[in-house]
Design a protein around this ligand. Structure first.
Ligand SMILES: Cc1cc2nc3c(=O)[nH]c(=O)nc-3n(C[C@H](O)[C@H](O)[C@H](O)COP(=O)(O)OP(=O)(O)OC[C@H]3O[C@@H](n4cnc5c(N)ncnc54)[C@H](O)[C@@H]3O)c2cc1C
Length: 462
């Protein structure tokens, strides 16, 4: 039986569920933002699910999963489809499991919270804030992206400057995970074990609920600061990041000129030719942040407090992270991006060297973050003027030649994207090898039939 025929049989067996069979809808549900990459756009063209379903709760998820397991139908779990690497593009057809109907907020208290995986991150924050808490990391896609999708495919976002990436110990408290078997099993994984399902692109279990650590909800102020000289802007950011523990921050990003010219809706605040720093600090930290800015020759050109951000329904978060690329793509469709991480000790020299060598073909955009081990550095989603795939590879090599780590943003294979480079066992230390083995065991435990998102894993493929 083909996957298409098996999917039709499953839909007939479970008629009460919300099925999608219409071609245009299926095409939409089979797509994410991998079109940011001309390489992925070409590779993933036309890949499509045979059917999609939007379960309204755990019982419906279980019924669908059991039916798929019995008929060996591939399952691609979908949050909101804002991923960048074709993570929800079903390479082998089958069923898209749209988790957006499993979106209940459970609770938030004492620095922790819990919700069903399909909840939108913005909705989670709206529910948690009146209780005094907010998310520790807000990807710039927070309005649409789901909690399960961030856990399954994301890194972090605004807030990672303080709390590091999602993967930092203490951020994820628990995950309720369903296996793909004729009799699906549901298990609550805690702490480090739950992290074995993180950033595995829905290949080693269906996440039903997540329990996460939260930050206190604070009155944030959003500011844009512009600089004439790049070294001054870098010094200001590095001091604000690693040298001012009393200033409470949520976001700090440096947009090297000419990136600010792409922020059309902020144009009046961005004088041409200047570098721009986007920062979010607490109201009580604003005065100290302004002193630091002035000492480095920066000029504040924009300032909005919490009430104005709400009234305008505009946050600078949506100009940071990969929204920087999106804002640029709105103006010029020929652009793409790279993903880089700078060395904590050499970051300033590396940034200046790459800016000098590659601008304006490569326009550096820096996000100041803490790493899983607590070190302070910046990562980069540089905006790149695309010409050919060969040239893109040369540009990535130029970063690596400066000692900057590149995570390939132009692959649909999990291991090749960098997050799972540790799965390349030959190049591993003992601790990493144990982590890789634990992740493999997790795959076997929750997906013994190899039906979850097939084609995305090379080294873990059965
Ligand atoms: C403009 C733009 C800006 C972005 N900014 C950021 C950013 O600031 N930080 C960041 O980390 N990422 C960012 N991303 C990437 C992406 O938006 C985030 O990773 C987002 O959190 C994904 O959520 P989603 O619900 O859209 O997930 P999807 O794209 O639907 O899914 C992502 C992966 O998770 C898996 N998955 C989803 N739900 C589940 C589940 N319940 N169980 C198991 N697996 C599941 C899917 O199979 C898929 O492999 C950005 C992307 C774009 C296009």
């Amino acid at each position: 039986m083909t996957h298409a025929a098996a999917c039709a049989a499953i839909a007939a067996e479970l008629p009460a569920l919300a099925w999608t069979t219409e071609e245009a809808q299926l095409a939409r549900l089979s797509q994410d933002f991998s079109w940011f990459s001309p390489v992925l756009k070409r590779q993933l063209e036309g890949k499509r699910a045979d059917i999609a379903v939007r379960p309204a709760g755990e019982d419906e998820v279980r019924a669908v999963v059991a039916a798929c397991a019995k008929r060996h139908v591939p399952i691609t779990v979908r949050g909101s489809g804002t991923g960048n690497y074709g993570q929800i593009v079903p390479l082998q057809g089958g069923l898209v499991l749209d988790m957006s109907g499993c979106n209940a907020f459970r609770w938030a208290r004492d620095g922790a919270g819990r919700a069903q995986a399909g909840i939108r991150l913005g909705d989670f924050d709206k529910a948690a804030q009146p209780l005094g808490w907010e998310l520790r990391w807000l990807p710039s896609t927070f309005r649409a992206a789901s909690l399960g999708g961030l856990f399954g495919g994301g890194f972090g976002g605004a807030g990672s400057i303080t709390y590091g990436p999602i993967a930092a110990a203490g951020n994820i408290l628990g995950a309720r995970v369903m296996s793909v078997e004729p009799e699906p099993q549901v298990t609550e994984l805690r702490g480090a074990e739950a992290l074995l399902v993180h950033h595995k692109w829905g290949t080693n279990g269906i996440v039903l609920e997540l329990e996460i650590a939260l930050a206190p909800a604070l009155p944030w102020v959003e500011m844009i600061v512009t600089f004439e000289h790049l070294p001054d802007a870098i010094d200001c950011c590095m001091t604000l990041h690693g040298g001012t523990p009393g200033i409470v921050k949520k976001e700090l990003a440096l947009m090297c000129a000419p990136i600010p010219e792409y922020f059309v809706t902020l144009a009046e605040h961005l004088p041409k030719g200047r570098h721009a720093v986007l920062m979010i600090v607490t109201e009580s930290s604003e005065a100290a942040a302004r002193d630091l800015v002035a000492a480095h020759g920066g000029e504040v050109s924009y300032r909005k407090d919490r009430a104005e951000v709400k009234r305008l329904n505009r946050t600078l978060v949506e100009y940071c992270w990969n929204h920087t690329t999106l804002q640029a793509l709105k103006v010029d469709k020929s652009l793409t991006y790279l993903q880089a991480r700078f060395d904590p000790l050499r970051q300033k020299d590396q940034v200046l060297a790459l800016h000098r060598k590659l601008s304006p073909e490569v326009m550096l955009h820096l996000e100041y973050i803490r790493l899983t081990d607590g070190r302070y550095t910046c990562s980069s989603l540089p905006v790149v003027r695309f010409t050919t795939e060969e040239r893109l590879a040369q540009l990535a090599a130029a970063f690596e030649a400066e000692g900057v780590t590149i995570n390939n943003a132009h692959t649909h294979l999990l291991e090749d994207g960098g997050k799972l480079r540790d799965m390349d066992r030959s190049a591993l230390g003992a601790a990493q090898r144990m982590a890789a083995e634990a992740a493999t065991a997790m795959k076997q435990r929750f997906d013994p039939l190899g039906l979850l998102n097939p084609g995305k894993l090379r080294s873990l493929a059965r």
